[in-house]
Design a protein around this ligand. Structure first.
Ligand SMILES: *[C@@H]1O[C@H](CO)[C@@H](O)[C@H](O)[C@H]1NC(C)=O
Ligand SMILES: *[C@@H]1O[C@H](CO)[C@@H](O)[C@H](O)[C@H]1NC(C)=O
Length: 462
């Protein structure tokens, strides 16, 4: 029996290693579908093409285990994730799901609605967007529409500027960025169950959702910049620094400039200690998924856990029920009830002072919207489509784009990325790696485009 089980483990390990190897080889070739770097647009004084750095590296999602694997590619040693318990393997192929309920009726809400002042309106079954005639059902370019009043009266914020750019058709002003207690209804569960992983609630039962998301039941949980009224006056514009972990930040001396923003966003293996001069010391928002956090803790020497300070908020990017369970544990200061992190003490990651008000969770409609409208990689046309999602760093930067009035991006990948190591904290040079679960080249050209349109300021080497 035991021998048999061991044999199965060995076979599974060997085939997944082979699988990862094939994926890596596949991706070494410059994919023909990656968007070419943009030419400098006239009228922009900065030349974005000169900058370089990389997006936060992320573990590769592995098909067989239903989970993702840490970079760098594993050695021959058996990997604990290969034999992950089936509770973690909830990543169902999108095409296996039944499109199910019809979205007829209130399907099209029209991208932009005016009049966003006043208290938050009650949640309504309003949907925005709409699939193109040739979109397969797993795309699901239809989203909940939400009336969250703007947090500032900034006249020249991203939301007003975007209307004059090439992004105006893609940008949905009323997309919900975060999910919270009131999002959980049977109707929403039925709608979102069609989409697996980070793109929906596929594989997560209604009871788990209801019992976990109920802890996010404060207005702070639905606003990314929940403490804005302590930070700026009514007419000021919120300024956010979004910090990726790219090697371009090494020796950048950008720390003071980064800390000078109202908000400082970081992600995954964001090592601050010892790098303050280059990357700053504050963290107001730390973005991660349970999987990327655990993998970062395993992979990056020197990364001891998420930053902790009184101003730090934790923003979960959920792609399993693990994330919901860890989030609930963090809010209640109790051990994780079940699943892969069972019995883990959440204060180990988020400190003893964390409260539910400091926790947030991205809405699956937001992640799907980013994938469909900003990072629709041709990986979605391959058999790997279920593995693909925007990287954690990309979600963080695009969430800032949808929430802040001004965004400066530091440590994100630029066309000269080969000049820099993968991370600013790497002891010696290591090249940026490309895997099928993200499209870092497409993300890189999106950052170029957003910079050229004046919607973000992308840090480049000076
Ligand atoms: C959230 O709080 C409101 C008001 O305090 C309450 O009526 C509602 O039932 C709560 N929702 C959940 C899901 O706990
Ligand atoms: C509000 O903030 C802006 C920008 O920070 C500043 O220029 C302005 O003087 C402030 N207004 C008041 C009333 O404090």
């Amino acid at each position: 029996m035991a021998l048999q089980r061991r044999l199965v483990v060995v076979v599974v390990t060997a085939s997944s290693l082979l699988c990862v190897y094939v994926l890596c080889v596949h991706l070494e070739k410059p994919p023909s579908w990656s968007t070419p770097p943009l030419k400098d647009a006239p009228g922009f004084s900065k030349a974005p093409g000169r900058s370089g750095s990389s997006a936060p590296q992320e573990p590769l999602r592995k098909e067989t285990g239903g989970d993702r694997r840490t970079r760098p590619p594993p050695t021959a040693a058996a990997h604990p994730e290969v034999t992950a318990p089936p509770t973690a393997a909830r990543h169902q192929p999108a095409e296996a799901r039944d499109p199910g309920v019809s979205e007829a009726g209130s399907r099209y809400q029209g991208g932009d609605r005016a009049g966003t002042k006043g208290p938050p309106a009650p949640q309504r079954q309003q949907l925005i967007g709409g699939d193109g005639p040739t979109d397969p059902p797993f795309i699901g370019d239809t989203y909940k529409s939400e009336d969250v009043p703007p947090q500032t009266e900034c006249r020249d914020g991203i939301r007003s500027r975007v209307k004059k750019t090439a992004f105006r058709g893609r940008f949905l002003e009323h997309i919900p960025v975060l999910q919270w207690a009131e999002d959980v209804t049977r109707e929403q569960h039925q709608r979102l169950s069609r989409y697996p992983g980070a793109h929906g609630w596929g594989g997560i039962d209604y009871e788990t959702l209801a019992e976990t998301l109920s802890v996010l039941n404060a207005s702070a949980n639905r606003l990314l910049l929940d403490d804005w009224n302590h930070r700026g006056n009514a007419s000021a514009c919120s300024r956010c620094a979004v910090v990726g972990n790219g090697g371009i930040l090494k020796e950048s001396k950008a720390g003071e400039e980064i800390d000078g923003h109202h908000y400082v966003f970081r992600t995954n293996g964001a090592i601050v200690k010892g790098f303050e001069r280059d990357v700053g010391s504050r963290t107001t928002h730390y973005t991660f998924s349970t999987n990327t956090l655990m993998n970062s803790l395993r992979s990056y020497a020197g990364f001891r856990g998420p930053p902790q300070s009184t101003e730090t908020r934790y923003v979960f990017l959920p792609d399993h029920d693990r994330d919901f369970l860890l989030m609930k544990a963090a809010a209640t200061h109790r051990a994780v009830e079940r699943g892969r992190e069972r019995a883990e003490d959440p204060t180990k990651y988020f400190g003893a002072d964390v409260s539910a008000e400091k926790l947030k969770m991205y809405h699956p409609d937001f992640i799907r919207y980013l994938r469909n409208r900003f990072l629709r990689s041709s990986a979605l046309k391959t058999k790997y489509k279920a593995l693909y999602r925007p990287s954690t760093g990309a979600v963080m930067l695009l969430a800032a784009l949808h929430s802040c009035d001004q965004v400066s991006a530091y440590g994100f990948m630029t066309p000269d990325y080969r000049k820099y190591s993968d991370h600013y904290y790497d002891k010696s040079y290591r090249p940026v790696g490309f895997f099928i679960n993200h499209d870092l080249r497409m993300e890189m050209s999106l950052w170029q485009q957003l910079h050229q349109e004046g919607l973000i300021r992308l840090y480049g080497h000076r």
